[in-house]
Design a protein around this ligand. Structure first.
Ligand code: GAP
Length: 441
């Protein structure tokens, strides 16, 4: 295929996803009836289920299935000293900004050439623009009540290092996981949910002995764990790669940093998740600023030290977008979201063959209500069966069950598979077990 045509198709794919998200209730523009708010997005009924399933899979793999990781949920608002200590109020957590000398529109310096893309006028020299979002806690709005919406969820873990140690029996190496919202005053939010001002992160802070061998071993371990997680949930391996940060590109806290990147239709390889070697930056800084002892005593070696931290930091909204892009497929006029069954918003849809035959509808409702006790199930009795299959394919439902006249005679239903479109007949009394097996295989 000619390169230009290929590119057009790829760009088209992003437009198709944005439109599907709006039409079917995955993602809407934030505050749309008031003209929106740049860089904010609302998840609709299906998007909310998809994102919830992604977070649940992450938590299962990163916390529940492990012995060495616990989870926390810290406050979004923190004492502003936290951000002084972590270095987020300085030039380290800032983008270079340029402003158009005429229309005053602002751009990220690394996103624009010499002229304003709106009016073609000259731009100012780049200046640093801090990304932390300010707010006030209390009745007066001044420097004494000023604080910030957290720019990364990370610090809520590190400030609780001593609390977690004192209230558990964890021994190094161990990890603390968290999922939650972070906020950044991005100058140019872009590419749908890819760069937003409010987004969700899923992070692990893994504390290790401050020794080069341990540091390297766990860094490599977590890199491969995280890559496998995306692959196991169905992202095509040709669309994933690692990229190491150049020294001048690394965040202020990082001794080493690698991104897991996804091959997007909007400009090729883009960051999905970062694996960072934060060294002892966070705990040392908090020890210094809070004047608290944040060291760890190793009972086995009788050594006292500040541990190093290996961090995995993924964006849940980016993952949601990339899972959607990767799953999108077309077969003629049929659109299919080939989402991994564990991620699909609905696992099953139940239909009566005809909506005007009470016997069929009653039997189908009975099955639907029974399955709802164990699975996320959709109901549809509109239009014809073909249209209902198409409608479920477009939102990624792996299995559709139809109750037809044969069902009333011999107590069986058909199960239709999203990816093969093949149908099989199954006894109603075995339905739950058959579906459980299919969804877990
Ligand atoms: N605690 C480390 C940290 O926050 P980061 O590379 O700045 O590292 C981690 O962010 C992840 O958070 C990114 O890989 C990305 O998935 C997500 N992320 C960062 N900024 C974002 C934004 N403006 N919109 C959506 N997701 C974002």
């Amino acid at each position: 295929m000619a390169k230009e045509k290929w590119l057009n198709n790829m760009e088209n794919k992003m437009e198709k996803i944005v439109s599907l998200c709006k039409r079917r209730g995955f993602i809407y523009p934030g505050s749309e009836i008031y003209g929106g708010l740049a860089g904010t997005w609302d998840y609709g009924p299906l998007g909310n289920e998809l994102k919830f399933n992604i977070k649940q899979e992450w938590w299962k793999t990163m916390v529940r299935e492990r012995e060495d990781v616990v989870g926390v949920s810290a406050a979004i608002l923190m004492n502003p000293k936290v951000w002084e200590a972590s270095g987020h109020l300085t030039a380290g957590f800032a983008d270079e900004l340029v402003e158009c000398k005429k229309c005053k529109k602002r751009f990220r310096a690394d996103h624009i050439d010499k002229k304003c893309s709106e009016c073609g006028e000259k731009l100012t020299n780049p200046k640093k623009f801090n990304l932390m979002m300010k707010t006030f806690v209390g009745a007066v709005e001044d420097e004494t009540t000023k604080t910030y919406l957290r720019g990364e969820i990370t610090q809520g873990v590190h400030v609780n290092f001593k609390n977690i140690l004192n209230s558990s029996r964890l021994k190094i190496p161990f990890g603390v996981a968290q999922i939650g919202k972070a906020f950044r005053n991005e100058i140019n939010p872009e590419n749908f949910t890819y760069r937003s001002v409010e987004f969700e992160q899923a992070e692990l802070q893994y504390y290790v002995k401050p020794d080069e061998k341990e540091e390297k071993k766990w860094f490599e371990y977590w890199k491969s764990q995280r890559m496998d997680w995306y692959k196991n949930l169905g992202i095509k391996k040709e669309n994933l790669r690692f990229r190491q940060h150049e020294t001048d590109e690394r965040a202020h806290y990082a001794r080493d940093a690698w991104d897991i990147e996804y091959n997007t239709p909007f400009g090729g390889w883009k960051e999905m998740e970062g694996i960072h070697d934060r060294g002892d930056w966070d705990l040392s800084q908090h020890a210094k600023y809070s004047k608290q002892d944040l060291s760890y005593f190793d009972e086995e070696t009788k050594e006292r030290y500040i541990p190093f931290v290996i961090e995995t930091s993924g964006g849940v909204d980016r993952a949601t977008l990339f899972f959607l892009l990767d799953a999108y497929d077309e077969d003629g006029d049929r659109v299919i979201l080939k989402l991994h069954p564990r991620l699909a918003p609905y696992k099953i849809a139940v239909f009566p063959l005809l909506a005007n035959k009470p016997d069929l509808v009653n039997k189908a409702r009975e099955i639907y209500l029974e399955l709802k006790k164990d699975f996320a199930v959709a109901w549809d009795d509109r239009g014809n069966i073909g249209k209902r299959y198409y409608s479920q394919d477009e939102i990624g439902t792996p299995y559709c069950i139809t109750v037809d006249f044969e069902s009333l005679e011999n107590k069986t239903v058909t199960i239709r598979d999203r990816d093969t479109t093949k149908q099989e007949r199954v006894a109603i009394k075995e339905l739950k077990e058959v579906l459980k097996e299919k969804l877990n295989s």
